[in-house]
Design a binder for this molecule. Structure first.
Ligand SMILES: N[C@@H](CCC(=O)N[C@@H](CS)C(=O)NCC(=O)O)C(=O)O
Length: 343
């Protein structure tokens, strides 16, 4: 699940009419599944920019099978691939390269005109969606006209790049490293790296000039990249990936408030994009290859010390659908950006 696993489809869109991949309405489709934090990055940008009628979104079933992600029509997803009637995402990859053996990852940005993959790299897709389609959008939604310089402001680029990098390694990907650890030593090392990084974000939010968002009063792409992992943390990663040392809602008050602000915001800054692209019923499904029983069966890794130290809600988690519990107790609609700014 690391960023480096599938960097082989990385063309770029452009707003230059003569470019190979000109950013035009109705030409591109974004394939995703709602459980995937990397895919949600792109989906947030698409909704935040108001590109719903410009780029099609095609959702796959959230459960991964031995044949990869597939179309089933369950949980509001597509029954079949709408263009080729395919049943699995890998058939789309094979359309371009019949010899490909994998990986067959999402998100995937598909060009319907040339019938090729433009990109399967979420960081690139995010940037293309917020940079290249502005000529199709009203003035107030264009990056140059957004307050504070948009999602990737020039004056913050070095800080954004640096923060993206450690968040990617120590949070976005690290949760999967924790879930996939096969011995105690690597589990302990990974969990230490993960929670040190979360502590670092909590301290970052307390620094002058930071907060309520990572770089101040307006969001940047780093907020989006971090959000998709944090919104999954208590409801999914704590259990399904065994990241069971601390909970965001109890142990990281600033990060928790930051997450709630983004989730509930429906101002012109986000147009409700964070909530509209978060599907808890998809997010909290078990990840088969990392599920607890199998984890304990195949390894002797001890997670119980974390459960006994921090098992405050573990019992309840196992008895109620965790996403319902989470929605009820952890995301009360109590905060708005403007209230926090006025404090
Ligand atoms: N580099 C990719 C990683 C995306 C990724 O890991 N996607 C996962 C779902 S969360 C996937 O498609 N896994 C399928 C597989 O590995 O076969 C990105 O950030 O876009």
């Amino acid at each position: 699940m690391a960023d480096a696993d599938c960097h082989d489809c990385r063309s770029l869109l452009s707003n230059d009419k003569s470019a190979d991949f000109y950013a035009e309405a109705g030409r591109y489709a974004l394939y995703l599944q709602y459980g995937c934090p990397f895919a949600q990055r792109a989906n947030i940008v698409l909704h935040l920019k108001g590109l719903e009628n410009v780029i099609s979104v095609i959702a796959l079933d959230p459960t991964k099978t031995a044949e990869g992600f597939r179309f089933t029509g369950l949980l509001g997803t597509a029954k079949k691939d709408p263009y080729y009637n395919y049943s699995h995402i890998r058939q789309l990859y094979w359309r371009v390269d019949p010899d490909r053996t994998g990986p067959f990852t999402i998100p995937l940005l598909w060009d319907r005109k040339k019938e090729v993959i433009v990109s399967n790299e979420s960081g690139d897709i995010m940037r293309m969606l917020y940079e290249c389609f502005d000529h199709l959008l009203p003035e107030d939604r264009r990056e140059t006209n957004r307050p504070s310089g948009g999602l990737y402001p020039k004056h913050l680029r070095p800080q954004i790049e640096a923060m993206n990098k450690w968040i990617q390694t120590d949070i976005n990907s690290c949760v999967y490293d924790v879930g996939g650890a096969i011995d105690q030593e690597s589990y302990d090392a990974r969990i230490k790296a993960l929670f040190s990084a979360l502590d670092r974000v909590e301290s970052h939010l307390a620094e002058p000039g930071h907060g309520p968002f990572l770089f101040g009063e307006m969001i940047t792409e780093t907020d989006i990249r971090l959000f998709t992992s944090i919104i999954r943390f208590d409801v999914a990663y704590y259990n399904t990936l065994h990241c069971s040392s601390k909970l965001i809602r109890y142990d990281y008050p600033k990060l928790h408030l930051w997450m709630q602000l983004l989730y509930w915001d429906d101002s012109p800054m986000t147009r409700g994009a964070f909530k509209r692209t978060t599907f808890f019923d998809h997010v909290s499904l078990p990840i088969p290859e990392m599920h607890a029983e199998r984890f304990l069966e195949v390894t002797n890794v001890c997670r119980s010390k974390y459960y006994s130290l921090h098992g405050r809600l573990t019992g309840l988690y196992s008895q109620v659908p965790s996403h319902l519990f989470y929605l009820y107790h952890s995301l009360p609609r109590i905060v708005r950006v403007r209230d926090v700014l006025c404090r």
